[in-house]
Ligand binder design. Sequence first.
Ligand SMILES: Nc1ncnc2c1ncn2[C@@H]1O[C@H](COP(=O)(O)OP(=O)(O)O)[C@@H](O)[C@H]1O
Ligand SMILES: [Mg+2]
Length: 432
Amino acid sequence: MPIAILDQDKSTVDILSDLIGEMGQVPHPFTSKDKFLGAIDPKPHGIAIISDDFTDVIEGTKQVYPTIEIVAIGEGSGGDCLRVGASHYLKKPFKANEIKEILTALLHAPRKQEPFANGAFITEDAGMKKILEIIHRVAPTQAPVFIQGESGTGKEVIARHLHRHSKRCAGPYVGINLAAIPDTLLESELFGYDKGAFTGAYATRMGKFELANGGTILLDEISEISLGLQAKLLRVLQEKQIDRVGSSSTISVDFRVVATTNRVIEEEIRDGRFRNDLYFRLNVIPIRVPPLRARRGDIVPLSLHFIEKIARRENMEKKLLTQEAKDALRDYSWPGNVRELENVIERSMILTEGAEIAPEYIMFGMDMPAAPEAAPAAGTTIHAMEKNLIFSTLDRVDGNRTKAATMLGISIRTLRNKLNEYTSEGQFSDGV
Ligand SMILES: Nc1ncnc2c1ncn2[C@@H]1O[C@H](COP(=O)(O)OP(=O)(O)O)[C@@H](O)[C@H]1O
Ligand SMILES: [Mg+2]
């Protein structure tokens, strides 16, 4: 198995390369951070040895490829390296045996599954097949792709599929959900920061654009960002250069951009919430993913796929779908789309004891907000009702704000503002 090595010091890299060769493995030596980042890939590289001069690389690699085991080496205490994701730290000078022992242990440990290894794209629908055809045709190009569709329709699956079929497939695939990160943090997440840029910036950190160098960046739920950040993004897309927060120099990056939204972007533009010029930049190849209820032919094939997936995951027998169950699945409206279908199948697989999925365990609507249980008492203010609804929805989704906002039909931004409002009322000071 190739083992990547990154250290500025060429003699360290040479020694490690020899050791790895002696172990019958293939060394991939790097002394430059950029070359390393351009080449690192979880398929060949299960293990990387990285010097503590590059804690930012350790952190970035671990974020993008959680399955790669990182052995850090250096002269310090190693605390930083372990904190950002290295599994081992060896202090220089170390003995050949010490590093060999660690590598042997890692080589014999069962390899972790890529969390997203399941790349199957299931469809029987003619419209979706057309979309796949377009994806395959544009994959080898540099053209930005803009994917619109309701929540849970498979936008991220399509983005990943595009990357896999692109010439950049050996490069990184970096996704960022712009709705899930508070505005104040987004800029440093996207563009990185230099040491000392602000209190707490104790080390230089790469942003998502830098991490995506040589690969693809997915800007998920792009319609949720502020107009100010939209302007900054536009500049990055035009110039392919970024400025880390607190840095005076610009860095050139080579990325392909894919963006998604679950809103009707034309409305966002019309109402002045989304910049037209940014939209034109992103929308070179527009893809519209239809909701599941508009492609009912996909419901059964997807259900069978999820039955297999869950059976494999839980190490249980696959279960059959009766005709009755298939009809029920086909007739439902699927407001939560494929994601909801996956949940419904998972639940029914786990609850059913027999070999056939029992229709009574196919429970719809649990992933969507319930109708209000009782008419609210007169005298309740709209404000109080709204607050109640927001908190009960957050409860249902274990505090996942993206999900809650989708269910409530409001933007994550609005949800955030409302929560801030409640917090400043002083009634929810426990950090909801
Ligand atoms: N065509 C498909 N084939 C297999 N799984 C799918 C497909 N479409 C969606 N999924 C699954 O449904 C869930 C939601 O898909 P995702 O791409 O995250 O949706 P979106 O980004 O549009 O909200 C994921 O677990 C994904 O794996
Ligand atoms: Mg998504």
